[in-house]
Design a protein around this ligand. Structure first.
Ligand SMILES: [Zn+2]
Length: 494
Protein backbone atom coordinates (compact mmCIF):
# COMPACT_ATOMS: atom_id res chain seq x y z
CA UNK A 1 0.00 0.00 0.00
CA UNK A 2 1.58 3.24 0.97
CA UNK A 3 5.28 3.65 1.21
CA UNK A 4 7.30 6.61 2.18
CA UNK A 5 9.61 7.78 -0.53
CA UNK A 6 11.38 10.88 0.55
CA UNK A 7 13.29 13.34 -1.44
CA UNK A 8 16.14 12.79 0.90
CA UNK A 9 18.55 15.28 2.29
CA UNK A 10 22.22 14.42 2.11
CA UNK A 11 22.39 13.42 5.73
CA UNK A 12 19.43 11.13 5.43
CA UNK A 13 20.73 9.79 2.14
CA UNK A 14 23.92 8.66 3.83
CA UNK A 15 21.94 6.94 6.55
CA UNK A 16 19.68 5.35 3.96
CA UNK A 17 22.56 4.01 1.90
CA UNK A 18 24.12 2.57 5.01
CA UNK A 19 20.82 1.02 5.92
CA UNK A 20 20.32 -0.39 2.44
CA UNK A 21 23.71 -2.01 2.54
CA UNK A 22 23.00 -3.47 5.94
CA UNK A 23 19.30 -3.88 5.66
CA UNK A 24 16.87 -5.95 7.41
CA UNK A 25 14.93 -7.63 9.96
CA UNK A 26 18.37 -8.90 9.52
CA UNK A 27 20.50 -6.01 8.46
CA UNK A 28 23.84 -7.48 7.76
CA UNK A 29 24.51 -11.04 6.86
CA UNK A 30 28.17 -10.73 7.85
CA UNK A 31 27.47 -9.41 11.29
CA UNK A 32 25.57 -12.48 12.33
CA UNK A 33 28.74 -14.49 12.09
CA UNK A 34 29.99 -12.52 15.06
CA UNK A 35 27.17 -13.86 17.11
CA UNK A 36 27.75 -17.39 15.85
CA UNK A 37 31.30 -17.10 17.05
CA UNK A 38 30.13 -15.85 20.41
CA UNK A 39 27.50 -18.54 20.75
CA UNK A 40 29.63 -21.43 19.61
CA UNK A 41 28.79 -24.07 17.00
CA UNK A 42 25.24 -25.26 16.60
CA UNK A 43 24.91 -28.99 17.37
CA UNK A 44 24.54 -31.09 14.25
CA UNK A 45 21.34 -32.73 15.50
CA UNK A 46 19.80 -29.28 15.88
CA UNK A 47 20.92 -28.31 12.38
CA UNK A 48 19.34 -31.50 11.10
CA UNK A 49 16.03 -30.61 12.74
CA UNK A 50 16.17 -27.08 11.37
CA UNK A 51 16.80 -28.44 7.88
CA UNK A 52 14.07 -31.05 8.22
CA UNK A 53 11.65 -28.31 9.22
CA UNK A 54 12.40 -26.52 5.98
CA UNK A 55 14.56 -23.66 7.21
CA UNK A 56 17.98 -22.50 6.20
CA UNK A 57 20.84 -23.86 8.26
CA UNK A 58 23.01 -20.99 7.10
CA UNK A 59 24.01 -18.56 9.86
CA UNK A 60 21.95 -20.10 12.62
CA UNK A 61 22.35 -18.18 15.87
CA UNK A 62 21.74 -19.53 19.38
CA UNK A 63 19.52 -17.22 21.41
CA UNK A 64 17.99 -17.78 24.80
CA UNK A 65 14.62 -18.80 23.36
CA UNK A 66 16.04 -21.28 20.84
CA UNK A 67 17.72 -20.85 17.49
CA UNK A 68 17.52 -17.71 15.34
CA UNK A 69 17.21 -18.56 11.65
CA UNK A 70 16.79 -16.50 8.51
CA UNK A 71 17.54 -13.29 10.33
CA UNK A 72 14.62 -12.79 12.67
CA UNK A 73 12.81 -16.07 13.33
CA UNK A 74 13.24 -18.05 16.52
CA UNK A 75 12.72 -21.79 16.26
CA UNK A 76 12.19 -23.11 19.75
CA UNK A 77 13.09 -26.63 20.76
CA UNK A 78 9.37 -27.36 20.98
CA UNK A 79 8.79 -26.06 17.45
CA UNK A 80 11.68 -28.09 16.05
CA UNK A 81 10.48 -31.25 17.74
CA UNK A 82 6.86 -30.73 16.73
CA UNK A 83 7.33 -29.74 13.12
CA UNK A 84 9.28 -32.60 11.65
CA UNK A 85 6.20 -33.78 9.84
CA UNK A 86 4.85 -33.59 6.35
CA UNK A 87 2.62 -30.58 5.93
CA UNK A 88 -1.02 -31.32 6.42
CA UNK A 89 -3.31 -30.78 3.44
CA UNK A 90 -4.70 -27.29 3.45
CA UNK A 91 -8.41 -26.98 4.00
CA UNK A 92 -10.05 -23.92 2.52
CA UNK A 93 -13.47 -22.56 3.30
CA UNK A 94 -15.43 -20.56 0.77
CA UNK A 95 -17.79 -17.70 1.51
CA UNK A 96 -20.65 -20.07 2.29
CA UNK A 97 -18.62 -22.29 4.57
CA UNK A 98 -17.96 -25.10 2.08
CA UNK A 99 -14.63 -26.74 2.73
CA UNK A 100 -12.21 -27.83 0.04
CA UNK A 101 -9.05 -29.79 0.69
CA UNK A 102 -6.14 -28.85 -1.51
CA UNK A 103 -2.43 -29.34 -1.45
CA UNK A 104 -0.22 -26.42 -2.23
CA UNK A 105 3.45 -25.78 -2.16
CA UNK A 106 4.81 -22.67 -0.59
CA UNK A 107 4.96 -19.46 2.14
CA UNK A 108 3.34 -19.82 5.40
CA UNK A 109 4.43 -22.33 8.00
CA UNK A 110 2.53 -25.57 8.01
CA UNK A 111 0.70 -24.69 11.18
CA UNK A 112 -0.35 -21.05 11.36
CA UNK A 113 -2.43 -19.70 14.14
CA UNK A 114 -5.76 -21.46 14.31
CA UNK A 115 -8.42 -19.02 13.32
CA UNK A 116 -11.61 -18.84 15.25
CA UNK A 117 -14.48 -20.67 13.60
CA UNK A 118 -14.20 -17.93 10.91
CA UNK A 119 -17.69 -16.57 11.59
CA UNK A 120 -16.41 -14.58 14.51
CA UNK A 121 -12.99 -13.38 15.53
CA UNK A 122 -10.45 -14.07 18.21
CA UNK A 123 -8.48 -11.22 19.78
CA UNK A 124 -4.85 -11.68 20.78
CA UNK A 125 -3.65 -9.42 23.56
CA UNK A 126 -0.31 -7.65 23.25
CA UNK A 127 1.65 -6.28 26.20
CA UNK A 128 4.56 -3.91 25.61
CA UNK A 129 6.92 -4.07 28.55
CA UNK A 130 9.95 -2.01 29.49
CA UNK A 131 9.77 0.22 26.42
CA UNK A 132 9.03 3.90 25.96
CA UNK A 133 5.99 5.67 24.52
CA UNK A 134 7.42 5.66 21.01
CA UNK A 135 7.22 1.87 21.02
CA UNK A 136 3.65 2.00 22.32
CA UNK A 137 2.67 4.30 19.43
CA UNK A 138 4.34 2.00 16.92
CA UNK A 139 2.61 -1.04 18.41
CA UNK A 140 -0.76 0.70 18.23
CA UNK A 141 -0.13 1.57 14.59
CA UNK A 142 0.81 -2.03 13.74
CA UNK A 143 -2.30 -3.31 15.51
CA UNK A 144 -4.46 -0.81 13.62
CA UNK A 145 -3.07 -2.01 10.31
CA UNK A 146 -4.12 -5.58 11.07
CA UNK A 147 -7.49 -4.73 12.56
CA UNK A 148 -8.38 -2.54 9.59
CA UNK A 149 -8.29 -5.71 7.47
CA UNK A 150 -11.20 -7.21 9.43
CA UNK A 151 -9.65 -10.66 9.72
CA UNK A 152 -10.87 -13.34 12.08
CA UNK A 153 -7.78 -12.70 14.16
CA UNK A 154 -7.38 -9.28 15.77
CA UNK A 155 -4.94 -7.67 18.14
CA UNK A 156 -5.44 -5.48 21.19
CA UNK A 157 -2.79 -3.75 23.29
CA UNK A 158 -3.23 -4.25 27.00
CA UNK A 159 -1.42 -2.56 29.89
CA UNK A 160 -2.16 -5.23 32.48
CA UNK A 161 -3.35 -8.79 32.54
CA UNK A 162 -2.10 -11.84 30.72
CA UNK A 163 -0.90 -11.20 27.17
CA UNK A 164 -0.77 -13.60 24.25
CA UNK A 165 2.26 -11.76 22.88
CA UNK A 166 4.79 -9.71 24.86
CA UNK A 167 6.91 -7.07 23.11
CA UNK A 168 10.13 -6.19 24.87
CA UNK A 169 13.50 -4.76 24.01
CA UNK A 170 17.16 -5.59 24.13
CA UNK A 171 20.28 -3.75 23.04
CA UNK A 172 22.89 -5.26 20.76
CA UNK A 173 25.04 -3.01 18.58
CA UNK A 174 26.95 -5.92 17.10
CA UNK A 175 24.12 -7.41 15.07
CA UNK A 176 22.08 -6.57 12.01
CA UNK A 177 18.93 -7.97 13.55
CA UNK A 178 16.28 -5.33 14.22
CA UNK A 179 14.13 -7.74 16.14
CA UNK A 180 12.90 -11.28 16.13
CA UNK A 181 9.94 -13.45 16.92
CA UNK A 182 8.86 -17.00 16.19
CA UNK A 183 6.18 -19.22 14.77
CA UNK A 184 2.95 -20.45 16.33
CA UNK A 185 2.64 -23.86 17.88
CA UNK A 186 -0.53 -25.81 18.49
CA UNK A 187 -2.50 -23.02 16.88
CA UNK A 188 -1.32 -20.46 19.43
CA UNK A 189 0.70 -17.42 18.34
CA UNK A 190 4.35 -17.18 19.27
CA UNK A 191 4.38 -15.31 22.55
CA UNK A 192 7.29 -12.91 22.20
CA UNK A 193 8.65 -10.15 20.00
CA UNK A 194 12.10 -8.89 20.88
CA UNK A 195 13.11 -5.52 19.43
CA UNK A 196 16.76 -4.50 19.22
CA UNK A 197 16.60 -0.93 20.51
CA UNK A 198 19.93 -0.21 18.86
CA UNK A 199 18.02 0.27 15.61
CA UNK A 200 15.22 2.51 16.90
CA UNK A 201 16.65 4.44 19.83
CA UNK A 202 15.44 4.78 23.38
CA UNK A 203 12.24 6.43 22.20
CA UNK A 204 11.58 5.93 18.47
CA UNK A 205 10.40 8.92 16.48
CA UNK A 206 10.04 7.05 13.18
CA UNK A 207 6.72 5.49 14.12
CA UNK A 208 5.78 4.20 10.63
CA UNK A 209 9.07 2.31 10.29
CA UNK A 210 9.00 0.92 13.83
CA UNK A 211 5.36 -0.08 13.29
CA UNK A 212 6.37 -1.84 10.07
CA UNK A 213 8.88 -4.01 11.91
CA UNK A 214 6.36 -4.89 14.63
CA UNK A 215 3.79 -5.61 11.89
CA UNK A 216 6.32 -7.96 10.28
CA UNK A 217 7.16 -9.75 13.52
CA UNK A 218 3.46 -10.16 14.32
CA UNK A 219 3.19 -11.81 10.90
CA UNK A 220 5.71 -14.43 12.02
CA UNK A 221 3.88 -14.86 15.33
CA UNK A 222 0.71 -15.92 13.50
CA UNK A 223 2.49 -18.10 10.94
CA UNK A 224 3.76 -16.03 8.02
CA UNK A 225 7.14 -16.82 6.51
CA UNK A 226 9.24 -14.44 4.45
CA UNK A 227 7.71 -13.57 1.09
CA UNK A 228 11.13 -13.84 -0.52
CA UNK A 229 11.91 -17.01 1.35
CA UNK A 230 13.09 -18.68 -1.85
CA UNK A 231 15.67 -15.97 -2.48
CA UNK A 232 16.22 -13.49 0.26
CA UNK A 233 18.67 -11.52 -1.89
CA UNK A 234 15.52 -9.92 -3.35
CA UNK A 235 15.23 -7.74 -0.25
CA UNK A 236 18.52 -8.32 1.53
CA UNK A 237 20.88 -7.89 -1.40
CA UNK A 238 23.98 -9.96 -1.90
CA UNK A 239 24.09 -13.31 -3.61
CA UNK A 240 20.95 -15.38 -4.23
CA UNK A 241 20.19 -17.25 -1.04
CA UNK A 242 17.44 -19.75 -0.38
CA UNK A 243 16.22 -19.65 3.19
CA UNK A 244 15.46 -23.32 3.03
CA UNK A 245 14.04 -25.49 0.30
CA UNK A 246 12.90 -28.24 2.58
CA UNK A 247 9.68 -30.04 1.87
CA UNK A 248 8.09 -28.79 5.06
CA UNK A 249 7.27 -25.47 6.52
CA UNK A 250 6.70 -23.22 3.55
CA UNK A 251 3.29 -23.27 1.93
CA UNK A 252 2.46 -20.88 -0.86
CA UNK A 253 -0.83 -19.15 -0.42
CA UNK A 254 -3.10 -19.53 -3.46
CA UNK A 255 -3.63 -16.34 -5.39
CA UNK A 256 -0.27 -14.89 -4.43
CA UNK A 257 2.90 -14.84 -6.54
CA UNK A 258 5.34 -17.72 -6.10
CA UNK A 259 8.27 -15.36 -6.54
CA UNK A 260 9.33 -12.38 -4.48
CA UNK A 261 6.80 -9.60 -4.25
CA UNK A 262 7.93 -6.00 -4.07
CA UNK A 263 6.81 -4.08 -1.00
CA UNK A 264 5.41 -7.11 0.81
CA UNK A 265 5.36 -6.66 4.57
CA UNK A 266 6.98 -10.08 4.98
CA UNK A 267 10.10 -9.43 2.89
CA UNK A 268 13.14 -10.63 4.82
CA UNK A 269 14.98 -7.30 4.91
CA UNK A 270 14.11 -3.62 4.90
CA UNK A 271 15.98 -0.37 4.39
CA UNK A 272 16.00 0.62 8.03
CA UNK A 273 13.83 3.74 7.67
CA UNK A 274 10.82 3.26 5.40
CA UNK A 275 7.22 2.51 6.13
CA UNK A 276 6.14 -0.86 4.70
CA UNK A 277 2.66 -2.19 5.24
CA UNK A 278 0.44 -4.75 3.48
CA UNK A 279 0.46 -4.74 -0.32
CA UNK A 280 -2.42 -6.17 -2.37
CA UNK A 281 -1.05 -9.73 -2.35
CA UNK A 282 -0.41 -9.56 1.39
CA UNK A 283 -4.08 -8.75 1.86
CA UNK A 284 -5.05 -11.73 -0.31
CA UNK A 285 -2.84 -13.94 1.83
CA UNK A 286 -4.21 -12.65 5.12
CA UNK A 287 -7.79 -13.05 3.97
CA UNK A 288 -7.03 -16.56 2.76
CA UNK A 289 -5.51 -17.65 6.06
CA UNK A 290 -7.76 -15.69 8.38
CA UNK A 291 -11.06 -15.05 6.57
CA UNK A 292 -13.76 -13.41 8.57
CA UNK A 293 -16.97 -14.80 7.12
CA UNK A 294 -20.50 -13.60 7.79
CA UNK A 295 -21.84 -15.14 10.97
CA UNK A 296 -25.08 -15.33 12.89
CA UNK A 297 -24.67 -15.54 16.65
CA UNK A 298 -21.05 -16.46 16.10
CA UNK A 299 -21.65 -19.45 13.83
CA UNK A 300 -22.48 -20.05 10.18
CA UNK A 301 -26.14 -21.04 10.57
CA UNK A 302 -28.94 -20.51 13.05
CA UNK A 303 -31.40 -23.45 12.94
CA UNK A 304 -34.55 -24.62 14.70
CA UNK A 305 -36.75 -27.69 14.77
CA UNK A 306 -39.65 -26.56 16.92
CA UNK A 307 -41.83 -23.50 17.37
CA UNK A 308 -39.95 -20.78 19.18
CA UNK A 309 -38.12 -17.53 18.86
CA UNK A 310 -34.56 -16.32 18.67
CA UNK A 311 -32.48 -13.19 18.51
CA UNK A 312 -28.88 -12.08 18.30
CA UNK A 313 -26.44 -10.46 15.91
CA UNK A 314 -25.31 -10.97 12.35
CA UNK A 315 -21.69 -10.01 11.84
CA UNK A 316 -19.50 -9.48 8.78
CA UNK A 317 -16.88 -7.12 7.42
CA UNK A 318 -18.26 -3.61 7.03
CA UNK A 319 -19.37 -2.99 3.46
CA UNK A 320 -20.08 -6.63 2.69
CA UNK A 321 -23.30 -7.28 0.80
CA UNK A 322 -24.53 -10.00 3.13
CA UNK A 323 -26.88 -12.59 1.71
CA UNK A 324 -29.34 -14.22 4.08
CA UNK A 325 -30.77 -17.58 3.13
CA UNK A 326 -33.95 -17.81 5.22
CA UNK A 327 -35.72 -21.16 5.07
CA UNK A 328 -38.77 -22.78 6.67
CA UNK A 329 -39.10 -26.45 5.74
CA UNK A 330 -42.37 -28.40 5.93
CA UNK A 331 -46.02 -27.63 5.39
CA UNK A 332 -47.25 -24.75 7.46
CA UNK A 333 -43.83 -23.81 8.68
CA UNK A 334 -42.97 -20.14 8.67
CA UNK A 335 -40.60 -17.64 10.16
CA UNK A 336 -41.09 -13.96 10.83
CA UNK A 337 -37.68 -12.34 10.67
CA UNK A 338 -36.74 -8.79 11.69
CA UNK A 339 -33.49 -6.91 11.42
CA UNK A 340 -32.33 -3.60 12.88
CA UNK A 341 -29.33 -1.57 11.79
CA UNK A 342 -29.85 -2.40 8.12
CA UNK A 343 -32.68 -3.00 5.65
CA UNK A 344 -33.33 -6.20 3.73
CA UNK A 345 -33.24 -5.68 -0.03
CA UNK A 346 -32.80 -2.00 0.69
CA UNK A 347 -36.28 -1.41 2.13
CA UNK A 348 -37.59 -4.12 4.47
CA UNK A 349 -37.12 -4.29 8.24
CA UNK A 350 -39.00 -7.58 8.54
CA UNK A 351 -40.11 -10.44 6.32
CA UNK A 352 -42.25 -13.54 6.71
CA UNK A 353 -40.89 -16.61 4.97
CA UNK A 354 -42.84 -19.82 4.47
CA UNK A 355 -40.77 -21.27 1.67
CA UNK A 356 -37.36 -22.74 1.24
CA UNK A 357 -34.22 -20.68 0.86
CA UNK A 358 -35.53 -17.23 0.11
CA UNK A 359 -32.49 -15.00 -0.35
CA UNK A 360 -32.40 -11.48 1.01
CA UNK A 361 -29.47 -9.11 1.09
CA UNK A 362 -28.32 -6.14 3.10
CA UNK A 363 -25.17 -4.05 3.36
CA UNK A 364 -23.22 -4.50 6.57
CA UNK A 365 -22.76 -1.10 8.24
CA UNK A 366 -19.47 0.18 9.59
CA UNK A 367 -20.12 -1.35 13.00
CA UNK A 368 -19.77 -4.82 11.46
CA UNK A 369 -22.86 -5.99 13.30
CA UNK A 370 -26.66 -5.81 13.04
CA UNK A 371 -29.29 -7.15 15.42
CA UNK A 372 -31.93 -9.70 14.41
CA UNK A 373 -34.94 -11.39 15.97
CA UNK A 374 -37.29 -14.05 14.68
CA UNK A 375 -40.29 -16.11 15.70
CA UNK A 376 -40.90 -19.38 13.92
CA UNK A 377 -43.64 -21.98 13.83
CA UNK A 378 -43.52 -25.66 12.95
CA UNK A 379 -47.21 -26.53 13.42
CA UNK A 380 -47.86 -29.76 11.55
CA UNK A 381 -45.85 -32.94 11.80
CA UNK A 382 -42.76 -31.13 12.89
CA UNK A 383 -40.48 -29.18 10.64
CA UNK A 384 -37.38 -27.10 10.69
CA UNK A 385 -35.85 -23.94 9.44
CA UNK A 386 -32.64 -22.02 9.38
CA UNK A 387 -31.04 -18.69 8.65
CA UNK A 388 -27.61 -18.70 7.01
CA UNK A 389 -25.63 -15.57 6.14
CA UNK A 390 -23.12 -15.58 3.28
CA UNK A 391 -21.12 -13.16 1.18
CA UNK A 392 -23.36 -12.01 -1.67
CA UNK A 393 -20.77 -9.45 -2.71
CA UNK A 394 -17.39 -8.97 -1.12
CA UNK A 395 -16.68 -5.57 0.35
CA UNK A 396 -14.39 -3.22 -1.43
CA UNK A 397 -11.46 -3.38 0.91
CA UNK A 398 -11.09 -0.20 2.86
CA UNK A 399 -9.36 2.40 0.77
CA UNK A 400 -8.24 5.78 1.94
CA UNK A 401 -7.08 8.76 -0.07
CA UNK A 402 -6.02 12.35 0.41
CA UNK A 403 -6.96 14.52 -2.57
CA UNK A 404 -7.37 11.32 -4.60
CA UNK A 405 -3.96 9.85 -3.86
CA UNK A 406 -2.29 8.00 -1.01
CA UNK A 407 0.15 10.86 -0.42
CA UNK A 408 0.06 14.65 -0.46
CA UNK A 409 3.43 16.30 -1.06
CA UNK A 410 4.70 19.87 -0.99
CA UNK A 411 8.02 21.65 -1.27
CA UNK A 412 6.99 25.28 -0.84
CA UNK A 413 5.45 27.20 2.03
CA UNK A 414 1.76 27.99 1.71
CA UNK A 415 -1.76 27.14 2.70
CA UNK A 416 -3.34 24.14 1.03
CA UNK A 417 -6.65 22.34 1.38
CA UNK A 418 -8.43 19.20 0.24
CA UNK A 419 -10.30 16.12 1.36
CA UNK A 420 -9.52 12.80 2.95
CA UNK A 421 -11.91 10.04 1.91
CA UNK A 422 -12.42 6.58 3.42
CA UNK A 423 -15.26 4.21 4.23
CA UNK A 424 -17.41 5.37 7.14
CA UNK A 425 -16.11 4.07 10.45
CA UNK A 426 -12.64 3.35 9.09
CA UNK A 427 -9.82 4.35 11.45
CA UNK A 428 -7.62 6.49 9.22
CA UNK A 429 -3.92 6.78 9.91
CA UNK A 430 -2.33 10.11 8.90
CA UNK A 431 1.46 10.10 8.76
CA UNK A 432 3.39 13.37 8.57
CA UNK A 433 6.82 13.17 6.97
CA UNK A 434 8.74 16.41 7.22
CA UNK A 435 12.29 16.71 6.02
CA UNK A 436 14.16 19.86 6.75
CA UNK A 437 13.49 22.64 9.28
CA UNK A 438 9.79 22.96 8.61
CA UNK A 439 6.42 22.57 10.20
CA UNK A 440 2.78 22.11 9.31
CA UNK A 441 -0.30 23.36 11.09
CA UNK A 442 -2.87 20.77 10.00
CA UNK A 443 -6.60 20.87 10.65
CA UNK A 444 -9.39 18.39 10.02
CA UNK A 445 -12.89 19.78 9.74
CA UNK A 446 -15.59 18.31 11.97
CA UNK A 447 -13.63 15.40 13.42
CA UNK A 448 -11.19 14.98 16.30
CA UNK A 449 -7.95 13.09 16.27
CA UNK A 450 -8.10 9.91 18.35
CA UNK A 451 -7.59 10.59 22.04
CA UNK A 452 -7.95 14.35 21.68
CA UNK A 453 -10.75 16.91 21.57
CA UNK A 454 -9.31 18.62 18.52
CA UNK A 455 -8.92 18.10 14.81
CA UNK A 456 -5.85 20.30 14.80
CA UNK A 457 -2.22 19.29 15.12
CA UNK A 458 1.02 21.19 14.72
CA UNK A 459 3.82 18.94 13.51
CA UNK A 460 7.43 20.05 13.39
CA UNK A 461 9.29 16.74 13.48
CA UNK A 462 9.51 13.83 11.12
CA UNK A 463 7.35 10.70 11.20
CA UNK A 464 4.40 11.70 13.31
CA UNK A 465 1.31 9.49 13.08
CA UNK A 466 -2.19 10.64 14.04
CA UNK A 467 -5.42 8.70 13.65
CA UNK A 468 -9.10 9.59 13.42
CA UNK A 469 -12.32 7.73 12.68
CA UNK A 470 -14.01 8.56 9.40
CA UNK A 471 -17.54 9.86 9.97
CA UNK A 472 -20.62 8.58 8.14
CA UNK A 473 -20.16 11.00 5.23
CA UNK A 474 -16.94 9.26 4.22
CA UNK A 475 -15.25 12.60 3.60
CA UNK A 476 -13.34 14.99 5.84
CA UNK A 477 -12.03 18.36 4.66
CA UNK A 478 -8.50 19.30 5.64
CA UNK A 479 -6.39 22.43 5.53
CA UNK A 480 -2.71 22.83 6.17
CA UNK A 481 -0.40 25.77 6.65
CA UNK A 482 3.02 24.61 5.57
CA UNK A 483 6.32 26.28 6.31
CA UNK A 484 9.26 25.25 4.21
CA UNK A 485 12.65 26.92 4.28
CA UNK A 486 13.46 24.80 2.38
CA UNK A 487 12.25 21.26 2.82
CA UNK A 488 10.06 18.49 1.57
CA UNK A 489 6.85 17.43 3.20
CA UNK A 490 4.52 14.55 2.69
CA UNK A 491 1.31 13.40 4.32
CA UNK A 492 0.46 9.72 3.87
CA UNK A 493 -2.91 8.22 4.63
CA UNK A 494 -3.75 4.58 5.12
ZN1 LIG B 1 11.16 -11.72 9.36
Amino acid sequence: MNSIKHTVSKAILIVSLFALAFSGCQKDQKNTSIKITKAGPIPTDVLAKIKASGFSTDQVVKVKEGYLVEGDIVLTEAFLNANIVKPAPLVTTDSQGHKTTITVDQYRVTNPVSPSNQHTFVTFKILVTGLSSGYLSATDEAILRYNNQYLDIRFQRITSGTPDITISGYYDNTTSTEGYSGFPSSGVPYNSIQLNTYWYGTNPTNTPFTASVIQHELGHCVGMRHTDYADRSFSCGGLPSNEGAGANGAVQIPGTPSGPDAASWMLACNDGVSNRTFNANDIIALNYLFPYLPGINGTGTYAWTATGSGSGTITAKPGTIVGLAIAAFGPGNSVNFSISGALLNGSLSSVTVSNNDIPYTFTMPSTGSVSWSASYTTPTGGGSGNIAPYVASAPILPTVNINGATSYKWTLAGTFTGTIKAPAGRVVSVTFNLEGPMSVNFTLSGVNFTGTTSGNVVVSSNYVVKTFTMPASGTVNWSGVFSSNPGNGEIDVN
